[in-house]
Design a protein around this ligand. Structure first.
Ligand code: ZN
Ligand code: ZN
Length: 175
């Protein structure tokens, strides 16, 4: 028989994405907080966020390490080169997750990540043994090629719509 709590109980997608968001609050790069978790079945096997390597100064101590990059954007139907600033001090959350989990744990597993992976992270995840990626915030820059890669590899790649991050993990990100 259903109990009164069932309507309030979180589904698994919400549950694991909430954890990814809480993990992201550990990040000390003011430009972007990304969190990710590795899940096999319904078991949590690892967590990671974006950050500088252990034992060296992070963005809060040394400031972000800004690199300027040009990227192609479609503006009013025309492709234009737009200058973007990115912080390159941190190891991306997804890459840290791969550094801190075992291959055997990743085989057949799902990765929940607060932000759609960039091209480099997607490429590494595609070779990591995982079979599904669930993300929340979109990252338009690499979206097309990442979608093609995942389709080619047969990795389930889905965005959580109608999802609200926990309020204590909220942060505006700079695209
Ligand atoms: Zn930074
Ligand atoms: Zn990345």
């Amino acid at each position: 028989m259903a109990t009164g709590n069932d309507a309030l109980r979180k589904d698994w997608d919400t549950y694991f994405m909430d954890i990814a968001y809480m993990v992201s609050t550990r990040s000390r790069c003011p430009r972007r907080h990304v969190g990710t978790v590795l899940v096999q079945g319904k078991k949590l096997l690892g967590t990671a966020y974006n950050g500088a390597p252990m034992g060296v100064q992070d963005c809060e101590e040394a400031g972000c390490m800004i690199a300027e990059q040009y990227e192609v954007q479609l503006i009013d139907g025309k492709e234009q080169m737009v200058k973007k600033q990115r912080c390159i001090r941190t190891i991306h959350a997804e890459q840290n997750l791969l550094l801190f989990t075992d291959r055997a744990d990743r085989e057949g597993s799902t990765v929940y990540v607060t932000d759609q992976p960039c091209w480099t992270c997607a490429n590494m995840l595609a070779n990591s043994g995982i079979v599904e990626i669930v993300y929340h915030r979109s990252y338009p820059k690499d979206s097309d090629k990442v979608h093609n890669l995942m389709a080619g590899k047969g990795i389930v790649f889905r965005q959580l719509n109608h999802y609200e991050p926990p309020p204590q993990a909220g942060m505006e990100v700079t695209q």
